[in-house]
Design a binder for this molecule. Structure first.
Ligand SMILES: [Fe+2]
Length: 192
């Protein structure tokens, strides 16, 4: 069993309606993918998009220090600046209807603010082969997720889900990974 609680509601609150209004204004920026970066690293050529997924070796979460133009002076900047802890990369992450992520772990704690969700959307904590489903409500509160534990996200609904996901500065692994036990050829033979 993991030592740290996987998902924890924090006493950090925002006006979710104001956040939602800005999200609707920038929504088209998702384009063909599912991420919009709220902040970017200093040398970014595509500030809204690079690097929206796993980071290359020469970039880390500490490099994301500049709020992108589209979010300056908005409820997003206001919310990020009022956080009582240092933060790094912040992204709007869309999860399409009837989709999930691969099981993986991240380098650090991740903070989730649900902007558009429904009861069939989950963050799933994996303990060995057993998954525990957690729902993040769009209640305006920030939730801390221990991304260093194996996990996935599932949208089992017929509508998309959008979270603001903020990386912390706490690093527990040097690199993200997909745990071998879920991806080795053996896995298909283990479970009858
Ligand atoms: Fe993750």
């Amino acid at each position: 069993m993991a030592e740290r609680e996987f998902l924890k509601k924090l006493d950090i609150h925002c006006d979710i309606q104001k956040i939602r209004t800005v999200m609707e204004d920038v929504y088209e920026l998702f384009g063909d993918d599912n991420v919009i970066l709220v902040n970017c690293h200093a040398n970014s050529k595509i500030p809204l998009k690079d690097f929206s997924g796993w980071l290359p070796d020469d970039i880390n979460e500490d490099d994301f220090t500049t709020i992108n133009e589209e979010f300056r002076g908005t409820a997003f900047e206001e919310f990020l600046h009022q956080l009582p802890f240092p933060y790094r990369r912040a992204r709007l992450m869309r999860l399409g209807k009837k989709t999930c992520l691969t099981i993986h772990n991240d380098t650090c704690l991740r903070y989730h603010l649900a902007i558009k969700t429904n009861p069939a959307c989950f963050l799933v904590q994996m303990d060995g082969r057993v998954g525990t489903f957690h729902h993040v409500p769009a209640d305006g509160y920030l939730y801390q997720m221990d991304g260093t534990q194996n996990h996935t996200a599932i949208n089992a609904s017929k509508e998309e889900r959008i979270h603001l996901v903020i990386s912390s500065t706490k690093f527990d692994h040097l690199e993200e990974r997909r745990p071998e036990e879920f991806y080795s050829p053996k896995m298909t033979r283990l479970d009858p």
